[in-house]
Design a protein. Structure first.
Lengths: 289, 310, 250
């Protein structure tokens, strides 16, 4: 009847559909396959160097005697300091933006600015840290300078994640507190923050797991690549795992490459632990609600 | 404090008294300062880059800097043309886009339109893991696995080559493209899909002729953000792509990106305050401006896209 | 058989285990307007969507029974729903033009179905049939989203008409429109009836009375009464029908 005007070619169209679907599936699988290859490659290269000695020795020019003790301690110091700086600043800014800031152009500017900062290349933060913290404030090439720089780097992430967590707190909770005569800060401290805290912590942990892998800004700060002692104070010179990895990977000898792989495995394990904690926290949060 | 209820109420009974007001006010102030840190960061970046670059441009003309095709600040024949570094950065950006954009979009389409809930639940965390791997690890991967493979397929490729860096940077930004594009695809209302099905369209036609075109600006914004990230990438290209600034279109040669150059100078012995040292800031400024413009563009596109569906 | 456009036999639709449509048997005659009325949630939209297999798109939906179109059961495993939907068109409650030009909206169905004539002529013909041509003929390349609600809905009708369906299903086509636009849609339905079979779901009883030849009253998934519109509204056979049309519930 009306079929004469159309040639629907259903079989061909369906076939194209199947091809397309498999192409998209292939794209999805590609990324996963790459991930697996990467992990297998790193683990197989580095496995023979992984040992307790490796974790407890300092770097050395002789591969057989090299270890990452200074790098791990430096990383721990760095994470601790970065967290101590970025957490209060980030959460404070998030509380301000969500609870106190008037809805004017300045607040909007603040918000846009934070979004932009999240996209600035990390090496630019390194340039900033070098000029402001190392030279201007005179922190020299210390853990403190590194932590301050990394704090600025992760601050936008902490702020945005904390804002989302605070925004998710239901209105009814706030209105209930106000209704009883609480001041704004009382309401925030006793009602909003406890409920938002798991989300805030999750965001903070995730931002720290980003910071832990950062290399470029710390190179600019002057984190050294051959350190044979642990940091003793925030003003100590230091090195971190990623920099040790970079240093070993840059060398031509294959042994150092494998040492780099071993250090990568340690770094990835630490990252895995951090992310697992963050996910556990998120799930606990979901159960609560 | 006020234990008894007054017989009559005056306005001052209801205004916050001294101590409370002080506490509230100071908290407001402290929190405001926290927010100000981000402003100070931006101001700091801009001021540092511009003032130090100003010192640089007092000795090197901007025109020479932006149009010169030789970059050799450390050699006796000093040349300050940034184009080779830009070339290197753009080659990496181009190569990584060729990988990440189609694959990222393809996987976004699959996850958003075809995949079951179970598949989605397993694939998305895996992509997040990919995104969380530190860039120095990608650099190692490029150097020790990708480069040997490339050299087997294309004998004559240098130990340091742009292709290796571009490939791993591409892999690195796939999750970003995938996740943001997926958001854009999901935002397309069901009613549009229903309309297309209602006319007798097959699934692939609904996806490719209605859903993807409708989400194009969101997808484009994700592309721009990912490219911006590739431009700012440092460690992978430093380890794998080389330290040879040159004008080339070949992926098989060693090049140098803007970011790798900055790292190179930092690792070296260049004394602070010299012209050579100030190149860091001039190059950093160019890098900052490029990524800033791209991020702003992406935000603009996203805003216009959101207006369309809200 | 050729007098019947569509016939359902014991048609049931389940969402998971919940029945939304319970074993309905009725016949839609050709070139008539049939209205489905009933309180919200009674299954009339689900029933309508069973005719062009749109329920297939909902994963939890399950259909039993038969829908016969020209003697063929549309739910036969060999039937391709894509082909069904070209021949049985649909207009939705909220106008949903594609974010493309007016021309491309109408041409979309033609292109994917391999139309063998001149695209521009067919687009014009469809827009004429939908009583929209005069308003848009000078701006066919403008984005369809710039049209008013009523115009968008007529565009959606033109889009459906372009692929030459025999039956047009309309799911509350005017409920999102203002009274004037609604009137134009209703006029259009009366004109279209000469060439197409139209099944319309509406929650507006006056609209059903104005526009349809036959009316079916559904309640909680069941067919309560089905007959000539005038008779159903002035002298219903079933008590529940009378209660509904006099506003006792729903």
């Amino acid at each position: 009847m009306n079929g004469e005007h159309f040639s629907p070619r259903l079989a061909a169209r369906r076939r194209n559909g199947t091809i397309f679907k498999w192409l998209c599936f292939g794209a999805t699988i590609f990324a996963i396959v790459m991930l697996v290859i990467l992990l297998v490659d790193v683990t197989s290269d580095g496995l023979r160097w992984l040992s307790i000695d490796f974790l407890t020795r300092y770097p050395s020019r002789i591969p057989a005697r090299a270890g990452i003790k200074s790098a791990i301690l430096g990383t721990l110091w760095m994470m601790g300091l970065t967290a101590s700086i970025s957490f209060p600043l980030g959460v404070g800014a998030a509380i301000y933006l969500e609870e106190y800031a008037p809805a004017n152009w300045f607040s909007r500017l603040l918000q846009t600015n934070i979004a932009n900062l999240a996209g600035v290349p990390s090496i630019v933060y390194g340039i900033l840290g070098l000029t402001v913290f190392v030279r201007f404030f005179g922190f020299q090439r210390s853990v403190l300078a590194g932590a301050a720089t990394l704090s600025l780097l992760v601050l936008p992430v902490v702020i945005i994640a904390s804002q989302e967590a605070i925004r998710a707190v239901p209105r009814s909770l706030r209105e209930g507190a106000y209704g009883l005569g609480a001041t704004r800060w009382q309401m925030i401290r006793h009602q909003v923050l406890p409920v938002a805290m798991p989300g805030i912590l999750t965001g903070t942990i995730l931002s720290l797991s980003r910071a832990i892998g950062e290399t470029a800004p710390l190179i600019m700060i002057g984190a050294l690549t051959f350190i044979a002692f642990p940091p003793t104070s925030p003003m100590s010179p230091f090195t971190v795992l990623p920099i040790q990895i970079f240093n070993w990977a840059s060398r031509p000898q294959a042994d150092f490459h494998d040492l780099a792989a071993a250090a990568i495995v340690v770094l990835l394990v630490i990252l895995l632990a951090m992310n697992a904690t963050a996910i556990l926290l998120r799930n606990r949060l979901r159960k609560q609600l | 404090m006020r234990g008894r209820i007054a017989d009559s109420l005056v306005a001052s009974d209801l205004t916050p008294h001294g101590k409370r007001r002080l506490v509230e006010g100071s908290i407001n102030g402290v929190l405001f300062l926290c927010g100000l840190v981000s402003v100070l960061t931006t101001v700091g970046i801009v001021v540092v880059l511009i003032t130090e670059s100003a010192g640089f441009f007092r000795e090197v003309s901007i025109v020479e800097f932006l149009t010169g095709t030789q970059w050799s600040p450390m050699y006796s024949d000093q040349q300050f043309g940034i184009l080779p570094l830009l070339n290197g950065t753009l080659i990496i950006a181009l190569g990584s886009s060729l990988i990440a954009l189609p694959i990222g979009l393809g996987s976004a389409i699959y996850l958003s339109e075809y995949a079951s809930e179970g598949v989605r639940k397993r694939v998305k965390p895996a992509l997040e893991v990919l995104a969380g791997i530190p860039t120095v690890v990608y650099g190692y991967f490029a150097l020790t696995l990708i480069t040997p493979v490339i050299r087997t397929v294309f004998p004559g490729t240098g130990i340091f080559n742009a292709a290796s860096g571009a490939i791993v940077v591409g892999i690195m930004i796939i999750p970003m493209v995938s996740s943001l594009s997926e958001d854009a695809l999901s935002a397309v209302p069901r009613s549009l899909r229903a309309a297309a099905y209602g006319i007798g369209a097959t699934k692939v036609e609904v996806v490719t002729r209605v859903v993807v075109p409708a989400s194009l600006s969101g997808v484009a914004a994700s592309f721009i953000l990912a490219i911006s990230r590739a431009i700012g990438e440092t460690m992978a290209v430093t380890l794998a792509a080389g330290a040879t600034p040159r004008m080339t279109l070949s992926f098989l040669e060693s090049i140098q990106t803007m970011t790798a150059y900055i790292v190179q100078v930092s690792l070296g012995e260049t004394p602070h305050g010299t012209l050579e040292y100030r190149t860091i800031f001039a190059v950093g400024l160019v890098l900052f401006v490029i990524t800033l413009l791209m991020n702003l563009l992406s935000q603009q596109i996203t805003r216009r896209f959101r207006e369309q569906y809200e | 058989m050729s007098d019947h456009a569509l016939e359902t036999r014991d048609l049931s639709v389940f969402y998971g285990d919940t029945p939304a449509v319970k074993s309905i048997t009725l016949t839609i005659p050709s070139r008539r307007v049939v209205a489905f009325i009933g309180p919200s949630g009674c299954g009339k939209s689900t029933f309508l969507r069973a005719f062009n297999r749109m329920n297939d798109l909902i994963p939890s939906a399950r259909v039993t029974g038969e829908v016969l179109f020209r003697g063929l059961n549309l739910y036969d495993p060999t039937v391709d729903p894509v082909e069904v939907r070209r021949r049985i068109g649909m207009v939705f409650q909220k106008p949903n033009p594609f974010p493309k030009s007016i021309f491309d909206n109408v041409a979309f169905g033609l292109r994917i179905n391999g139309f063998r004539g001149k695209l521009a002529d067919k687009v014009e013909e469809s827009l004429q049939q939908a009583a929209l041509w005069d308003e848009v003929k000078d701006r066919l390349n403008d984005n369809a989203l710039g049209l008013s609600g009523g115009q968008q809905q007529r565009l959606c009708i033109a889009r459906a008409l372009a692929v030459e369906p025999e039956i047009i299903l309309m799911d509350e086509p005017a409920s999102a429109l203002d009274p004037i636009a609604t009137g134009r849609i209703e006029d259009l339905i009366r004109v279209l009836r000469e060439n197409y079979t139209i099944v319309i779901v509406t929650h507006n009883m006056q609209q059903a009375a104005r526009v349809s030849d036959l009316t079916a009253f559904l309640y909680v998934g069941e067919l309560i009464e089905y007959g000539e519109t005038e008779q159903l509204f002035t002298n219903p056979r079933e008590e529940r029908t009378e209660q509904y049309i006099t506003g006792r519930f729903g």
